[in-house]
Design a protein around this ligand. Structure first.
Ligand code: NAD
Length: 493
């Protein structure tokens, strides 16, 4: 496996031990077992990585796109060959079930596949004779040194929203994994080194925490910042990187509503909604966190979801039959339990209480069982705060308009979903709802790799998103060329 004492940094094609004075423990969230330690790398190591990536840029951008994608083909095959190993590693460090980790790996690989189309995706466009004898072209060129700063909940998928596109378009790259789930990327870099063989300095990995991130944001040789994490940090990243003149995208937190109309198909809606609320233990940026029932939907929805919550098998994600794992840390568990209490204090009725969960054999794990709070008030904190745990708050309203108004007044806008049989209601919702990812009879509206991973309002700061064409545009700068070749000059040839 990975170095079991302390994770290493990968800079200029070499593994190196950080000189950091401080390191953090990485524990398996289900067993409590110490897995490794992660160094909080100092600014000097970010500087080293930035220098080496900058030095590698000239040669890498001159490497034809058709050659650059050969590395990505190798990467794709490598991820397939080590699919199970890497999926298990995600489960060990993050806690999600093995099937959920496999889903994450699959989505990461799909991004590599899409980026393999870069020779076409990166093409510009041209117009001949914009005036007599004058042609105009737009060509795309890489920007320079690009980085991704990663959250704990998708340790592989999030960097793969960006890394394959950054590299394919000719940028060199640095990733800063989450200090809570840094192991799988370390393993992927070991495999990259052994089997893909990017030229030295093209891909780099530096572990660390906030100080490491700030050193990235301030480094003059780093031009592009992609970030995914909580809104408070996203705002910091966006403003500091922009103040330093960098190209930046910052995805933030979420509080995703699922609206249930009375005509929704009960069995399917229950199954899909339960997966949205409790899948990945609610630690998904596209997790449903709030259900808004309209009219008579309240009569069946709360009871159906309460049954689904009670039925969910909670345990260690590597064990057979487990449907939901723990949350990431004891601190996170305490925070979520505190918010559940707040929901109760605000008037929510606990229909299923997942607090004080203890899983036999995993007493040290950070487990919360699925929790359902019914009748939460729209103005309460529980209706608007990101919980990032397996907790469903249910709110009841009278009309679709009331539900849409609530969605549109909320501060986040990552995802909003509607469950209905009515095409007219679906059309109205799709048109009016202020969120970047919309689901109609879908509980986790996660875009495929060839669509942008959108997000609105306080869930997203920037213009261009991760994945697909947006990512290609984000990692390239357009250059417009106007050429004059009058007829009288070209006539002699
Ligand atoms: P986080 O914001 O705590 O950390 C994310 C990254 O930022 C980490 O690499 C961390 O080292 C760094 N960081 C933390 N504090 C910092 C600071 N003060 N200064 C500079 N850097 C700092 O997020 P998390 O808890 O790891 O991840 C969960 C959050 O991510 C949730 O809010 C979730 O909604 C969000 N998320 C959003 C999306 C999306 O697409 N919008 C996707 C996944 C996760």
């Amino acid at each position: 496996m990975v170095n079991d004492e302390q994770l290493l940094n990968y800079i200029n094609g070499q593994w190196q031990r950080s000189t950091a004075q401080e390191s953090l423990k990485v524990n398996n969230p289900a067993t409590g077992e110490l897995l490794t330690r992660v160094p909080l790398s100092p600014a000097a190591e970010v500087d080293q990585a930035a220098q080496t990536a900058a030095a590698a840029f000239d040669d890498w951008r001159h490497t034809p796109a058709v050659e650059r994608v050969q590395y990505l083909f190798k990467l794709k095959n490598l991820l397939e060959e080590h699919f199970e190993e890497l999926s298990r590693l995600i489960t060990m460090e993050n806690g999600k079930t093995l099937d959920e980790s496999r889903g994450e790996m699959r989505r990461a690989i799909e991004n590599v596949e899409v980026a393999c189309g870069i020779p076409i995706l990166m093409q510009g466009y041209n117009s001949e004779d914009i005036a007599r004898g004058i042609d105009e072209f737009m060509i795309r060129q890489p920007v320079g040194v690009a980085t991704t700063i990663v959250p704990f909940n998708f340790p592989v998928l999030v960097p793969f929203w960006y890394m394959p596109y950054a590299l394919a378009t000719g940028n060199t790259y640095l990733v800063k994994p989450s200090e809570r789930t840094p192991m799988t990327m370390q393993r992927i870099f070991q495999l990259l080194e052994e089997e893909v063989g990017f030229p030295s300095g093209v891909v780099n990995l530096v572990n660390g925490g906030p100080d490491t991130v700030n050193a990235i944001l301030d480094h003059p040789l780093i031009q592009v910042i992609s970030f995914v994490g909580s809104t408070v940090v996203a705002k910091h990243i966006y403003s500091r990187a922009a103040a330093n003149g960098k190209r930046v995208v910052a995805n933030g937190g979420a509080k995703n509503p699922l609206i249930i109309l009375p005509d929704a198909e009960m069995e399917m809606t229950t199954r899909i909604a339960a997966d949205s609320f409790f899948g990945n233990a609610g630690q998904r940026c596209l997790a449903g966190s709030l259900a808004i029932t309209v009219g008579e939907a309240r009569e069946w929805f709360s009871a159906a979801l309460a049954d689904a919550a009670r039925d969910r098998v909670v345990g260690y994600g590597l064990d057979d039959g487990v449907e939901m794992g723990p949350v990431i840390t004891p601190q996170s568990k305490a925070r979520i339990e505190g918010l559940i209490q707040q929901g109760v204090d605000e008037g929510g009725k606990v229909v299923v209480d997942g607090r004080k969960a203890s899983i036999r054999g995993y007493e040290q794990g950070n487990f919360i069982r699925p929790t359902v709070l019914d009748g939460i008030p729209p103005e309460g904190k529980i209706a608007s705060t990101e919980l990032f745990g397996p907790v469903l708050g249910i709110m009841h309203v009278k009309s679709v308009d009331d539900a849409i108004a609530f969605v549109n007044n909320a501060k986040y806008g990552n995802m909003a979903c509607l469950f209905t049989n009515s095409g007219a209601a679906a059309r109205k919702f799709r048109y009016e709802a202020q969120a970047g990812n919309i689901g109609i009879n879908i509980g986790v509206a996660a875009p495929m790799a060839f669509f942008p991973f959108s997000g609105w309002k306080e869930s997203f700061f920037g213009v261009l998103h991760g994945q697909g064409r947006d990512a290609v545009e984000f990692f390239t700068q357009s250059k417009v060329v106007i050429e004059r070749w009058p007829k009288e000059w070209t006539r002699k040839f």
